[in-house]
Design a protein around this ligand. Structure first.
Ligand SMILES: Nc1ncnc2c1ncn2[C@@H]1O[C@H](COP(=O)(O)OP(=O)(O)OP(=O)(O)O)[C@@H](O)[C@H]1O
Length: 478
């Protein structure tokens, strides 16, 4: 499972710990440092809304994911020459991969290409190579697609970097490296080198590895300043997690500088992003000449399967009592409770635990490893209730959640309803055709403002619920 990978990567320095992994990763030059834990820019004030960086959220979604995200959405393709042939593949055999690479793909348990891979792989593996900009949500198979393309383009006899993959952070680079090491586990002749913090080489070093995966600053240092490798010899350039990249100060400029060092005519450029907006597309167009652009639209989240209620509560204690009454009256599956601040989340967790409930707490002050442990336990049903802040509103699926409680409603600037976050929070439940229940705990003022804005925005009525009335609560079971 993905979670083990992180544990594994923490133990990379100690190869004897895991003989099997050492075998798999023997061609990878691993960073000497264990992944830094405190990668979040924390707000010290617990009263402020909880936040984590985009890079952290992406990492959390990636390593807490258990499987491919499938979607019914259609692929959208844009290209300059509408007559140039494009085809999609339904099997990995159809790609005519080297046998050892195909073996690696099957070893990972992939039977057939994912939706985005069906279209992206023929483009990525095309001869002559074609440049690609690809956007699809997290978990749909982008990393696996470009890693396959990276591995298949290597000429092992040439002992210098031929593929360069830029990632926004150390941790994301390591994740990609792990996928490459796994997929290439039968390609003994391919070697990977990480250009990330903590990796320091003596002056005069000349890299002999075929693939460099790194962060923009370190890659610039290694190529431009120390001349450890020659960027103009790179034949495949991958820019991954572009939306996270532009959210990190300085990374966009560094990416442009690296891009200018490439030998454009001899280098295939691949650009990936989980989101698609003007800023990302502007960045993409500036990096990738003559691209084919493919997009897998997100399936619309909807509130159709979800019964929405609100409970009038003037104080935090009233809110607590409302939760206790709901809990007592209905057959609860798994519940997620969203709080606006870390302080309230911690207070609620303590109070519920004291009252004998099995409750887990997930907020921005945990390390990545702890968050994954919390999520894993919740997924396994060890805790029925997960209390969290905005940190979990997006990206992370827990299929069996049936009830979402907004202990606090999500608000944006000027106290207006944050309808998008509301949809993402509530969208945790009622998934996969199941019915869900959303309960909003609000005071009178909020009922007339924020809640009303949400109701108007979605055009769906949110019904008043009196949690002191046992019969009313019991009806929620219907
Ligand atoms: N063809 C496939 N068949 C089955 N599983 C797959 C396939 N391709 C990828 N996966 C698995 O699906 C999960 C998501 O894939 P991947 O990490 O490549 O997605 P992604 O779009 O790059 O996500 P992110 O944007 O978070 O990096 C991984 O666990 C991966 O091993």
């Amino acid at each position: 499972m993905a979670v083990n990978l992180l544990k594994v990567s923490s133990g990379w320095c100690d190869k004897d710990q895991d003989g099997e992994l050492s075998k798999q990763l023997h061609n990878v030059h691993l960073p000497q440092l264990v992944p830094k834990k405190e990668t979040i820019s924390l707000l010290s004030d617990e009263e402020k809304e909880d936040t984590i960086s985009k890079a952290e959220l992406s990492l959390l979604a990636k390593i807490s994911r258990t499987k491919l995200v499938t979607t019914k959405a259609e692929i959208e393709i844009q290209r300059q020459d509408p007559f140039s042939p494009l085809h999609s593949v339904k099997s990995f055999e159809a790609l005519k991969l080297k046998p050892n690479l195909l073996k690696g793909v099957y070893e990972m348990g992939f039977n057939a290409p994912s939706k985005i891979q069906e279209t992206a792989l023929p483009i990525l593996l095309a001869d002559p190579p074609q440049n690609l900009i690809a956007q699809s949500q997290s978990g749909t198979g982008k990393t696996a697609a470009f890693v396959l393309a990276m591995l298949s383009r290597i000429i092992p006899q040439l002992n210098y970097p031929q593929v360069l993959c830029l990632s926004p952070t150390y941790e994301l680079a390591v994740q990609t490296g792990e996928v490459a090491a796994k997929m290439g586990s039968f390609c003994d002749d391919i070697q990977i080198r990480f250009a990330v913090r903590g990796e320091d080489l003596p002056r005069g070093t000349k890299l002999t590895e075929h693939i460099v995966i790194g962060t923009p600053g370190k890659v610039l240092d290694w190529s431009l300043k120390y001349k450890f490798f020659d960027i103009s010899k790179i034949t495949v350039f991958v820019l991954d997690e572009a939306d996270v990249m532009i959210a990190t100060q300085g990374h966009q400029d560094q990416s442009f500088r690296i891009r200018r060092l490439l030998n454009e005519g001899a280098c295939q450029i691949m650009f990936f992003s989980a989101t698609y907006d003007d800023e990302v597309m502007e960045f993409a167009r500036a990096i990738v000449p003559n691209p084919i652009v493919i997009r897998l639209k997100r399936e619309e989240e909807s509130l159709d399967n979800i019964k929405q209620h609100y409970v009038l509560c003037e104080t935090e204690d009233d809110k607590y009592n409302a939760i206790a009454n709901i809990y007592g009256g209905i057959t609860v599956g798994q519940v997620m409770i969203f709080c606006q601040t870390r302080r309230i989340a911690a207070w609620l967790c303590e109070k519920m635990t004291r009252d004998g409930h099995a409750v887990a707490l997930l907020s921005g002050d945990l390390t990545v490893e702890s968050r994954i442990q919390v999520l894993d336990r919740f997924r396994e049903g060890k805790e029925k209730v997960l209390i969290t802040t905005n940190v979990l509103a997006r990206g992370i699926d827990v299929e069996q959640v049936t009830i979402v409680v907004n202990f606090d409603l999500p608000v944006a600037e000027k106290g207006r309803a944050d309808c998008e976050t509301y949809l993402h929070r509530i969208g945790r439940t009622g998934r996969f055709g199941k019915r869900g229940l959303a309960i909003n705990l609000v005071n009178r003022r909020e009922a007339n403002t924020v809640l009303k804005q949400i109701q108007d925005h979605f055009g769906k009525k949110i019904n008043l619920l009196n949690t002191d009335d046992y019969d009313e609560v019991e009806k929620l079971n219907d």
